[in-house]
Design a binder for this molecule. Structure first.
Ligand SMILES: *[C@@H]1O[C@H](CO)[C@@H](O)[C@H](O)[C@H]1NC(C)=O
Ligand SMILES: *[C@@H]1O[C@H](CO)[C@@H](O)[C@H](O)[C@H]1NC(C)=O
Ligand SMILES: *[C@@H]1O[C@H](CO)[C@@H](O)[C@H](O)[C@H]1NC(C)=O
Ligand SMILES: *[C@@H]1O[C@H](CO)[C@@H](O)[C@H](O)[C@H]1NC(C)=O
Length: 417
């Protein structure tokens, strides 16, 4: 686009040149001056309230010149030495000098800016702590140089046009705690190193990630994990149980995950939302799920699960939505029947004869003719916690007001924490 602009200005110059020749016959024209050097755009250094702002001024102006579309006109405010007043830029005192003023955060959410790359921009703002750019049209790859940003802790590149492999440069930012790259076109595998970071939030949904989930998935202290709407294959790693004191919401829906539900999921004592709908999972529901005391939303719909729905799961007091539709379950006990009546448990299109809206006998027979098995079968009926065998009204039921964060990550807009 820079080239295009130069060409455009060149053709303007040529037109002027010929006009000039026509009008003023024998005059000698000066050669056109070269494009201005960005540093020559720097206003008097004394105008900046801090040296650090003077340093980033040419970086911002150079980036501004690469923007090819700005429907809301935000870049028109990016003029002059008052960088802290530019729309989208926020100043603060950097941790290494509390009397200095610097660009600490950038919020371009919803600006709809188009630029071919962020390379040479955010990686050159050394004090940047937050970069939020939901719903723009930034593309290219994520610069490896962002690894040099020593204060960066929130990176939101969601709903842009980024592509290529997982941006491994983020693996070298020790301060990073929030990574949101959902709704882009990233592809390839997920590097296991991502689960060695101290991330709280990891939103990778709606990309083209594929192949198996790293075995060390449960090693990171992630609280909100959203890997939905990709092409992940293979099993849910058993290590997920290691994240027992941190994981609160897990969205794995609409992938190609196979195998049986690991018993270790039952260790996730803080889990409130678990959604693996629309995968290729098989086997029964481990009774360990009866230990998910805080779970409110449990979606296992549209898989190949079978067996009896464990009564210990239906006894969970906080369960507000338990979806098992489009599986091959064959039996429900009295507690589960009560949940069906209350509209909490959905068992449509299973093989539970006697209940309405089930699969045909033929379909069920065909499914059960295929031999199936899960490894560690003894674990499936083992309950690793103290449980109640009857449904009790939970004391601190938080159901009505609770905001489930991760489901909002499934729409393109920014996620409000
Ligand atoms: C920058 O913004 C502040 C706060 O809104 C305002 O007081 C100040 O006048 C602005 N400065 C300039 C030069 O626009
Ligand atoms: C901290 O920043 C202020 C303002 O830019 C500057 O005058 C001062 O020299 C800096 N201190 C150090 C130790 O760099
Ligand atoms: C998980 O729950 C325990 C109490 O059961 C609490 O101390 C801890 O802070 C919770 N973890 C998170 C990440 O909220
Ligand atoms: C329950 O969860 C399923 C699967 O996520 C969803 O389709 C359904 O709308 C939910 N029902 C209610 C009442 O929230």
């Amino acid at each position: 686009m820079v080239l295009f602009k130069q060409l455009a200005s060149l053709s303007t110059l040529l037109t002027l040149f010929f006009l000039h020749l026509l009008l003023v016959d024998s005059q000698i024209l000066e050669t056109p001056s070269p494009p201005p050097d960005p540093t020559s755009l720097v206003p008097n250094i004394l105008n900046f309230i801090d040296q650090r702002l003077a340093q980033v001024f040419p970086i911002i102006q150079t980036f501004k010149n690469t923007i090819t579309s700005d429907p809301r006109g935000v870049t028109s405010t990016w003029v002059g030495p008052n960088i802290c007043n530019y729309t989208g830029f926020y100043c603060d005192n950097p941790p290494d000098n509390l009397t200095a003023t610097t660009i600490a955060s950038i919020d371009f959410n919803g600006f709809q800016l188009t630029a071919p790359t962020l390379d040479g921009f955010i990686d050159q703002l050394p004090d940047l702590a937050l970069f939020h750019a939901n719903s723009n049209k930034f593309s290219g790859i994520v610069s490896p140089k962002i690894a040099g940003l020593k204060f960066l802790y929130e990176l939101d590149l969601s709903n842009n046009l980024f592509s290529g492999a997982f941006p491994t440069s983020v693996l070298n930012i020790p301060t990073l705690s929030f990574l949101d790259i959902r709704f882009n076109s990233f592809s390839g595998t997920l590097p296991p190193q991502i689960f060695m970071q101290t991330l709280d939030v990891l939103f990778l949904n709606d990309n083209n990630f594929m192949l198996t989930l790293p075995n060390n998935l449960g090693n990171a202290p992630v609280v909100y994990l959203t890997l939905a709407n990709n092409k992940f294959t293979g099993p849910i790693p058993r290590s997920i149980g290691k994240a027992s004191s941190t994981l609160i919401e897990v969205l794995l829906l609409n992938n190609l995950l196979t195998g049986c539900l690991p018993y270790e999921i039952g260790f996730l004592k803080n889990l409130t939302l678990f959604d693996v709908g629309g995968n290729l999972l098989t086997g029964p529901i481990p009774w360990s799920f009866g230990c998910l005391k805080k779970v409110e939303q449990l979606n296992l719909a549209r898989n190949f699960l079978y067996g009896q729905v464990p009564e210990v799961v239906c006894a969970l007091g906080n369960l507000a939505n338990f979806s098992l539709s489009y599986n091959y379950f064959t039996k429900v006990g009295p507690l589960c029947k009560m949940l069906i009546q209350r509209g909490v448990l959905d068992v449509r299109k299973n093989c539970i004869f006697g209940l309405p809206d089930q699969r045909s006998v033929r379909e069920c027979m065909a499914f059960f003719l295929i031999p199936k098995s899960c490894s560690h079968p003894a674990l499936f009926n083992f309950v690793p916690c103290q449980i109640q065998h009857h449904w009790t009204k939970p004391q601190e039921r938080t159901k009505s007001k609770r905001h489930l964060l991760s489901y909002s990550a499934l729409s393109r807009n920014r996620v409000v924490l």
